[in-house]
Design a protein around this ligand. Structure first.
Ligand code: Z5A
Length: 215
């Protein structure tokens, strides 16, 4: 009888980046790399991931209702996150599953912090309150010039409330992501998302396999 190799214990992986950088497109690839390593993967997203979170997401993205002020936007995002963490992310990790989340709190620092100029300390307080010690184990940042991502997003569908912001907003968001990645380089894989989809998927696949081998 051959002993079966136990699957690696669950980890929390997030995908981040500006508009249209290819997060959703590349989530499938990341999932398949993880599954090829024997991981059971739960794929989810923020804002969203629960019925309440998806309802709050609709409010946040709608361009047709009253826009929340920046602080209300921040609190709605953390309300959705509290529900998501308690009912989806923590139970999955506790059961040994891997969680792959399209955006998480780094997006809050980038969009509400750098983009909307909310004090980073206010975000850090909410992060501590809602998440305790929970932080991503690995974050894949798809990085590219925001004008390129916005052009991709425009081709695809009608623009949501965030996508209607001016370019300067998205440049600040990008700067925020890169600053966070610089602060904690071991957690981040920075991928040049301006390349062709084939090139991007190859680089992500290699980087993820290297990370696994060195973990
Ligand atoms: N938000 C926030 O403010 N604070 C927070 O804390 C959180 C979120 C968590 C919704 O997120 C909004 O919430 C978001 C920030 C805010 N702002 N907006 N809008 P979202 O993740 O749903 O939003 P998004 O960035 O707009 O997602 P997206 O438009 O679906 O983009 P994506 O997932 O990165 O891209 P994609 O759908 O995979 O690809 C876009 C198109 O490009 C598609 O047609 C692809 O086929 C194509 N594509 C992908 N890769 C390539 C390459 N390499 N070459 C050419 N074409 C490509």
């Amino acid at each position: 009888m051959t002993a079966k190799t136990p699957p690696p214990p669950g980890k929390f992986i997030t995908i981040e980046g500006g508009e249209g950088v290819g997060k959703s497109t590349n989530a499938d690839l990341i999932q398949s790399v993880l599954e090829s390593r024997g991981c059971e993967v739960v794929v989810t997203r923020e804002p969203g991931g629960t019925a309440l979170g998806e309802a709050l997401r609709s409010i946040l993205l709608s361009a047709d209702i009253e826009s929340p002020v920046a602080m209300a936007e921040l609190l709605i995002i953390f309300a959705a996150r509290a529900q998501h963490l308690t009912t989806v992310i923590e139970p999955a990790l506790a059961a040994g599953k891997w969680v792959l989340c399209d955006r998480f709190t780094d997006a809050t620092y980038a969009y509400q912090g750098w983009g909307r100029n909310i004090d980073q300390r206010a975000i850090a307080s909410l992060e501590q309150l809602v998440q305790g010690a929970r932080r991503p184990d690995l974050t894949v940042l798809l990085d590219m010039d925001p004008s390129l991502g916005l052009a991709r997003a425009k081709e695809r569908a009608e623009l949501d409330r965030f996508e209607q912001e001016e370019l300067a907003f998205f440049n600040r968001v990008r700067e925020g992501y890169l600053a966070r990645a610089k602060e904690e380089p071991a957690r981040w894989l920075i991928i040049d998302a301006s390349k062709t989809l084939d090139e991007v998927t190859t680089v992500i696949g290699q980087a993820l396999n290297d990370w696994f081998d060195n973990a």
